[in-house]
Design a protein around this ligand. Sequence first.
Ligand code: PEP
Ligand code: MN
Length: 337
Amino acid sequence: MIIVMKPNATKENIHGMVKHLEKVGLKAHLSTGEDCTIIGVIGDRKKIAGLEVGMMDGVEKTVRITEKYKLVSRNFHPEDTIVDVAGVKVGGNAIVVMAGPCSVESEEQLREAARAVKAGGARFLRGGAFKPRTSPYDFQGLADTGLKMLRKIADEEGLRVVTEIVDKDDIDLVGAYTDLYQVGARNMQNFQLLKALGKAKKPVMLKRGLSATISEWLNAAEYIMAGGNENVIFCERGIRTYETFTRNTLDLSAVVAVKELSHLPVVVDPSHGTGRWQMVRPMARAAVASGCDGLIIEVHPHPEAALSDGDQSLTPKNFNALMEELGAIATVMGRKL
Ligand code: PEP
Ligand code: MN
């Protein structure tokens, strides 16, 4: 349930409501907007069903919420959330671009990629150090060594770091080097990992599961927020469909849906979303036009030699060209890059 307070509700009215909810064993989540305060009620469903607060002082109306996710819901928090990732704001007017290789392979490779993406205007360096590969015989990532390289080279270039975490026991290790934890598609419903990230001190980017519905995705984010970490960013990266021409089917309608249902920022990954570098530029342009808050793009200095996902990686030259196109589209959208 949400309780919408009247625009002229006093601090005492709001405080009184919070106290009342706590007394009956429920939690209040306050969202203070320009016009009014909204109180989201969290807790036992039966208790919420029995609540009679519509007549209390300062209450405009109460609205029953049928979805299971609450903290993630725009009903609970009508205004857009801006997630501050080490000083870079995701979800505000600026569209934030994260770019870099699929995997961290070597210092030379990463530095070359980092310089290129920085020159193009990216704010984050991406790169996997723990790679969840379909085959156990494929390159699994450089682990700690890769994390150290990411931090060092991102710092050299003035970039933030985003990298994947695959194991809840690695939260401190990965957190020591990254600015933003990435939960990969394969772990979207790894609830132990999500719960642990709920206690983590850094923001989390939650990629959509390979065949997750939007509702399942939002509920997965609720796990992180329910644990106390409210800095969550969604990432649409394509879903498994019957189509085989593309690696996945990039669901740009999900950007619109999630922006409607949730207040959290949405980033799009056209690299994994298509699996083909030729499609990355058009889909990145479409993603910005669809209203996303950022992009995560694979860029490799030598895609043909990449240890993972070379087929979907842009060359620095193509990345640069894309960034120029995105600047123009962002302007049309009333945003900047
Ligand atoms: C990645 O970003 O390199 C990755 C493995 O992504 P996903 O989890 O979307 O497949
Ligand atoms: Mn990849």
